[in-house]
Design a protein around this ligand. Structure first.
Ligand code: UAG
Ligand code: ATP
Length: 478
């Protein structure tokens, strides 16, 4: 696309030069010849500092919020570089979301699970669907691809080019897990959402959002932008969104429109009855954890809005194979389970879920991320682990530039407050897993929490390949 055409559609002034533009990026290291470099003033550094590097790599234009000096390529000044990045990405890919029925899913917990169930239901109904989630992205052939970065919702250029790729593969529907960071940092600006789902809101990422109200305001953007909203009637924050002109609700509250009753949890999974505007019907869902009733209800309500009949939904739920790394059962004696729970409330829920079906002791191996990833949750994670497990092992989980000892000390501090003396720290994650698996008795359950399906482990400046399931299986075979 010519630079002028791109700028005209955004009402930006036209420079004298009019080169061909092949891509747009905010990261100088990702610039390829023909790209526009958008200099973003970030939380850690200022992208304007990297303009020379972007030019060396072949940038044909630079967009920014203010730059003193001469450049050999056009410089376009904008009020918001993040807005410009998203707008340019949308135009360059010719707004792929307008050719798709996009279902966005936000909330503190349950985003990935709800996304995967929704994708599965759409596919089961014969809709060629795509999925972008923390776990990776799926094309309509069902193949799971991994993102190069560890993000739930990638940056706007990546989202737009993935949506375009999906359209070119014949995709008609796309499920887009949408984090609060993505909403706040405008990564999903310009995405046209047909349906927006709000799962729940509990304290997380408050270092980034400031307080719960800031966190809520970021999340509500998804609902405000969606044509139809699917809201958790049991969550006080979601209930604040019921002034959306076109919405439905789900939950166990008597006033939820899609309501679950007669919930039973068996070893093989969940059974419940749904009372809804589309009728009353039974559901069998092969998943552990009552919270999955809410995830399933949200997916059912969204899929039904998109025209999928109840019998197809029932069949789809019964054949759902779960989400990789979410309550994934690897063995039975001891029962070893890999789960992604990495917030105090989700860890609490995971341990509570496993307790009734554990005749022996309940073990947990858990860490807390380093860097700027929510240091305030370290002590609460330690507290939850010590309170609800019989034995807790604290270890690393992407400690990045934070010394592991600092993180472990915080987790121990949280646990010590209970005075149960049932925890131990083993910094190396592989050793921690092996210790727990080898010391567990046959009747015990070992929950390996936090990493789930992630394929890397970030340690100081190193990014190591990681496979939690493989690690657990190796520990079991020793
Ligand atoms: C805290 C956060 O979200 N940060 C995001 C933010 O970074 P930033 O603007 O602060 O970037 P910065 O590091 O200050 O750099 C400023 C600019 O200089 C550029 N730069 C920097 C260095 C260089 O050599 N060259 C260069 O061009 C950077 O690309 C950036 O554009 O904006 C960037 C561009 O959109 C994001 O890539 C980056 O996500 C980082 C990688 C990240 O780790 N984010 C996590 C916390 C996140 O988003 N998590 C949520 C899920 C949360 C959950 O629910 O669990 C997610 O959606 O994944
Ligand atoms: N609806 C829910 N309410 C509370 N906890 C939940 C819910 N759904 C899942 N969980 C718990 O949270 C963990 C993470 O679930 P899931 O991956 O679906 O959430 P998420 O919001 O996508 O988080 P992330 O984006 O970090 O993956 C699960 O393993 C489970 O323990």
């Amino acid at each position: 696309m010519k630079l002028h055409d791109l700028l005209l559609s955004l009402n930006l002034p036209l420079p004298a030069e009019n080169p061909d533009v092949t891509a747009v990026t905010h990261n100088s290291a990702w610039v390829k010849p023909g790209a526009i470099f958008v200099a973003v003033r970030g939380l850690k550094t200022d992208g304007h500092k990297f303009i020379p590097q972007a030019l060396e790599r072949g940038a044909v234009a630079v967009v920014g919020e203010g730059f003193e000096g001469d450049l050999p390529v056009p410089y376009l000044q904008v009020n918001s570089a993040r807005h410009a990045l998203a707008d340019l990405a949308c135009v360059l890919q010719n707004h792929p979301s307008r050719e798709l029925q996009v279902v966005g899913i936000t909330g503190t917990d349950g985003k990935s699970t709800t996304s995967w169930i929704t994708y599965h239901l759409l596919q089961a109904a014969g809709k060629a669907s795509g999925l972008l989630s923390t776990v990776g992205y799926k094309t309509p052939d069902g193949v799971l691809h991994h993102f190069p970065q560890h993000l739930t919702t990638p940056d706007s250029p990546e989202i737009q080019s993935l949506l375009r790729e999906l359209v070119s593969l014949g995709t008609t529907h796309c499920v887009l897990e949408t984090s609060s960071h993505a909403l706040e940092l405008e990564r999903v600006r310009g995405v046209q959402y047909q349906v927006g789902i709000f799962t729940n809101l509990t304290p997380e990422h408050l270092d980034f959002h400031g307080d719960m109200e800031g966190y809520f305001q970021a999340k509500r953007k998804l609902i405000d932008r969606s044509h139809f909203a699917v809201l958790n009637q049991d969550d006080p924050y979601a209930r604040r969104l019921t002034d959306h002109p076109n919405h439905t609700t789900f939950g166990v509250s008597p006033d939820a429109q899609w309501r679950a009753i007669n919930i039973e949890e068996e070893v093989s999974g969940l059974k419940f009855t749904v009372v809804s505007p589309a009728g009353t019907f039974d559901v069998v869902l092969p998943m552990i954890g009552q919270f999955n009733v809410h995830n399933a209800l949200a997916a059912i309500a969204a899929a039904h809005h998109l025209g999928i009949e109840i019998p197809v939904l029932q069949q789809g739920l019964a054949s759902f194979e779960g989400v990789p790394g979410r309550m994934q059962i690897l063995s039975s004696t001891p029962r070893v389970i890999v789960d992604f729970a990495h917030t105090p409330p989700s860890l609490e829920k995971a341990l509570e879920v496993l307790r009734p079906s554990t005749p022996g002791k309940l073990w947990v191996v858990v860490g807390s991320a380093g860097g700027n990833r929510d240091p305030l949750k370290r002590a609460p994670l330690g507290e939850v682990a010590s309170r609800l497990a019989d034995q807790a092992i604290f270890t690393e989980e992407d400690c990045r530039d934070t010394p592991i000892e600092e993180i472990l000390r915080e987790m121990e501090r949280g646990a010590s407050a209970l005075d149960k003396n049932n925890f131990k720290s083993i910094a190396d994650r592989r050793e921690a897993i092996r210790f727990a698996v080898q010391h567990a008795a046959d009747a015990d359950t070992v929950l390996l929490a936090g990493k789930g399906p992630e394929d890397t482990l970030e340690r100081a400046t190193e990014i190591l390949p990681w496979n939690e399931v493989e690690e657990a299986l190796q520990a079991l075979s020793l």
